[in-house]
Design a protein around this ligand. Structure first.
Ligand code: MD3
Ligand code: FE
Length: 219
């Protein structure tokens, strides 16, 4: 990986124009070699923190996305205790594996937030997985940006407004794309409508991985 990318010597790239304030979308920001670095980092992490099937609060209904985390805190959900952050894997009880240095560098470079991310949620979408419209509101640090990296098959992402009933638009997220949600857009509704099977060769098993970096606690 090149030094200028890691060190902040590189200028900030320009996000694509025409999106609302607080939505920064960088298609193809991460090249193939760094996508492979991240794929290998996730493969390493799941050896100690395997994907598990999250369950919705109260109903206990399974989500179609499989999840794990990297970093000091991980986002979890189960029937009994619902949505929350925890320092340990819900099945193994082990601490989450560390966040890959490349992701920490990307956070510093692209967000310049004064505190590091604490959670990297790893979502795995098989060909039929989706994620319904929701807000990310389980963090204390709601003023901090959220940074998302897409790997593998492309997906149709829906971006709404601050109310569920607000108008929405979609973006096609491809492998290597980076999306940052901050400021007035941090609480927008969003979801993944569908994964386009076979659209990328990055993951040998197919499907899509999304890495979402979040600051959880107030620094
Ligand atoms: C827009 N994941 O895990 S990441 C999630 O692709 C989640 O797996 C999706 O939504 C995925 O919570 C989307 C992109 C994203 C993340 C946070 C946002 C979009 C957002 C916060 C506000 C608005
Ligand atoms: Fe979300």
């Amino acid at each position: 990986m090149s030094l200028e990318f890691l060190s902040g010597l590189a200028d900030l790239p320009s996000p694509i124009p025409g999106l609302p304030e607080g939505v920064r979308y960088y298609p193809g920001l991460i090249g193939r070699r760094r996508q492979e670095v991240l794929r290998v980092a996730v493969a390493e992490a799941v050896k100690t923190a395997p994907f598990y099937i999250p369950r919705m609060p109260r109903s206990g209904k399974s989500m179609s996305v499989q999840m794990t985390n990297m970093g000091p805190l991980g986002w979890l959900t189960d029937k009994e205790k619902g949505y929350r952050y925890e320092p340990r894997h819900p099945v193994t009880g082990a601490p989450w594996p560390p966040m890959p240095p490349l992701l920490l560098e990307m956070w510093d470079w692209l967000t310049a937030w004064p505190a590091p991310p604490e959670a990297c949620l790893v979502n795995y979408y098989g060909p039929h997985a989706k994620m319904g419209a929701h807000q990310d509101r389980d963090e204390e640090a709601i003023d901090a940006p959220v940074l998302s990296v897409s790997l593998g098959d492309s997906a149709r992402f829906r971006l709404g407004g601050l109310k569920r009933s607000d108008p929405s638009r979609h973006l096609l997220l491809h492998s290597g794309d980076v999306l940052i949600l901050e400021g007035p857009s941090r609480m927008r509704f969003h979801g993944i409508e569908r994964v386009l099977g076979g659209s990328s060769g990055l993951l040998p098993e197919g499907g899509r991985i999304n890495l979402t970096l979040r600051r959880v606690t107030l620094a």
